[in-house]
Ligand binder design. Structure first.
Ligand SMILES: Cc1cc2nc3c(=O)[nH]c(=O)nc-3n(C[C@H](O)[C@H](O)[C@H](O)COP(=O)(O)O)c2cc1C
Length: 314
């Protein structure tokens, strides 16, 4: 039954990661069509006034649903942002018949994927892995820039600057606190069990708990083998943000499927002064959408599961 298949894909997409774990999406099964909508009641007005990260997050959910359908042997037609008069309708997915299952590896990675904010091991990422991510992103019109030693220095400065500006921004801190101090019943937000006790870092990560409430132990890593990637697009429209989310999802699931670890870093994109610095790192070729730190995990200690809402499918 088509509606059962579509509903099941939307269920799988609930696992998708999102900015501050806001899960800013709504799924609706309408006959033979699955619709994805942005839920602007979950927009972060201070951190993300334009809705860039909200749209990127919805792109991740869209990719998760498409992976579930492809792995189930379902061919699909996808219309992205099909109605100019209804910009929050981000995608319409229609089943078009049976197909050989693909993306099964990625489908299996969905429940295993977690943001790992611990420092990674010194062991190098296998040769060719970043090229695989590049191929998956470029298929969606998204480019992957890997930071070399020179640009990494500029990225360190950029990340440190983003952290300082955020730290001194009272409105940002109030918004962050709203999403890090959620009642369990809300099934969203970021809790201290998934953020790492302060530890020396090559590149600083976003601080979720400025009061030091973080509970996850850093483990033995020093990020010696970590690689830093920037996903960027030539344009900077909501269509580009959605594509960046789909490409980011492909990158995260490929990374998990390969037994590697990854954490997104987007304060460097959200803070305008840092985004301008990244624009220079990209030689003015395009707009940074997200940065990713990937590497070999430094510990086999499991990461905590993060909450997800159940009431996102109508
Ligand atoms: C668009 C986007 C931006 C994110 N930015 C950051 C970030 O700057 N720093 C960070 O530590 N995690 C970041 N994350 C990770 C989310 O906080 C995480 O996905 C969410 O809390 C759910 O946890 P999970 O990924 O372990 O399922 C980002 C995720 C997304 C999708």
């Amino acid at each position: 039954m088509t509606s059962t298949i579509l509903r099941s894909a939307a269920e799988t997409a609930r696992h998708a990661p999102s900015i501050f774990n806001t899960q800013p999406w709504r799924w609706q099964v309408r006959g033979d069509v699955l619709e994805l909508r942005a839920d602007r009641t979950r927009l972060l007005p201070v951190t993300d006034p334009e809705g860039r990260m909200l749209t990127v997050s919805c792109g991740l959910a869209l990719h998760h649903a498409l992976v579930a359908l492809a792995a189930g042997g379902h061919a699909t037609r996808v219309e992205r942002r099909p109605d100019a008069a209804d910009p929050d309708l981000l995608a319409r997915i229609t089943l078009t018949g049976a197909a050989d299952p693909t993306d099964v590896r990625l489908r299996n990675a969905i429940p295993d994927r977690h943001t790992d904010r611990r420092p990674f091991a010194d062991t190098p990422v296998p040769d060719g892995f970043v090229d695989r991510l590049r191929g998956a992103a470029e298929a969606r019109g998204v480019y992957v820039a890997e930071l070399d030693a020179d640009s990494l220095v500029r990225f360190q400065v950029t990340a440190a600057r983003a952290g300082e500006l955020d730290q001194n921004d009272v409105a940002y801190q109030a918004e962050l606190a709203r999403w890090t101090h959620r009642p369990a019943s809300s099934a969203d937000g970021v809790g201290p069990e998934s953020t790492v006790v302060p530890t020396p870092r090559t590149v600083p990560l976003r601080s979720f708990f400025p009061d030091g409430a973080d509970r996850l132990l850093p483990g033995p890593g020093h990020d010696g083998g970590a690689r830093y990637l920037v996903l960027w697009t030539v344009g900077d429209t909501p269509a580009d943000w959605l594509a960046a989310g789909e490409a980011m999802s492909a990158a995260l699931l490929e990374t998990t499927a390969a037994g590697l670890a990854v954490s997104p870093m987007t304060d460097v994109v959200e803070v305008p002064a840092s985004r301008a610095m990244l624009h220079r790192v990209l030689n003015h070729l395009g707009e940074a959408q997200v940065a990713l730190r990937i590497g070999v995990p430094s510990t086999t200690d499991a990461l905590p599961a993060t909450p997800r809402r159940t009431d996102v499918i109508g």
